[in-house]
Write a protein that binds this ligand. Sequence first.
Ligand code: ADP
Length: 294
Amino acid sequence: MTRQTSIKEALTMETDQDQETIVDLGAAPDGPAGGGVIETRRMSVYYGDFKAVADVSLNFASNQITALIGPSGCGKSTVLRSLNRMNDLIATARTEGEVMYHGENIYADDIDPVEVRRTIGMVFQKPNPFPKTIYENIAWGAKVNGFKGSKSDMGDLVQEALESAALWDEVKDKLQESGYSLSGGQQQRLCIARAIATKPDVILMDEPCSALDPIATLRIEELMLELKEAYSIIIVTHNMQQAARVSDKTAFFNVKLNEKGMRTGRLVEFSPTDQLFTSPTEKDTEDYITGRFG
Ligand code: ADP
């Protein structure tokens, strides 16, 4: 059995590694039996010689929404992209430490990054549909990721994905129109549907509402709350109200000067969202959420 196979099988497996104690958290962990889907262990990310984030140990719970917040440049997107090896696509980027997915290090030599990105999908800041029809936006992604069913199976998959992304009713009569013909909010839901169609386990969202108006933003937030029944969601947001509205747990990052005077992002606090916003344990968190900086 290859490691690629076992990462798929891990979806249904409970591993002993999930029970391991996390070392050097520097903030409240999920606890040893936290039901984590992804766990970073002392993860640091460099761009060339620049250490962008240092020593991040976090345990992301299954079927919850975890928000990553903090001032611009503190490394939120860098951390998020490290969780599905998206940083591999940046030539200078290098990740140290471990990122465990159901107990398996996704950075191990024999792990296929393409499979990692299918299992741990991503939705980006700016909706980025393919220059194809609405139908093909879903079907093409699924085909590229190995979907082998019949045409009618594919039709079912497209419908299911669009329903899950709360878009079906709006597009069912125009599946052959371009994805670009949709509004910004609809395009973002199309991208969420595209991610869902590859049957991921985790969905990473990098400021998914920052290009959207308030009503489209609310639709996406409602959708996230529905999706967490089936998926684990990790979202980067610069919008603290959004983190407070949708997330179960929040990780606050801040920039600290390192020994060489370089600005490196660090995890300051990781707590249930209510607690982080009402009684943070760290002064930096309190200063940030009360608007004293950032
Ligand atoms: P945030 O998402 O919190 O705004 P980022 O993760 O985008 O922060 O950036 C963290 C740090 O890494 C910043 O100093 C940023 O300039 C740097 N950085 C981000 N992406 C790259 C890159 N591709 N090459 C070099 N430096 C980068």
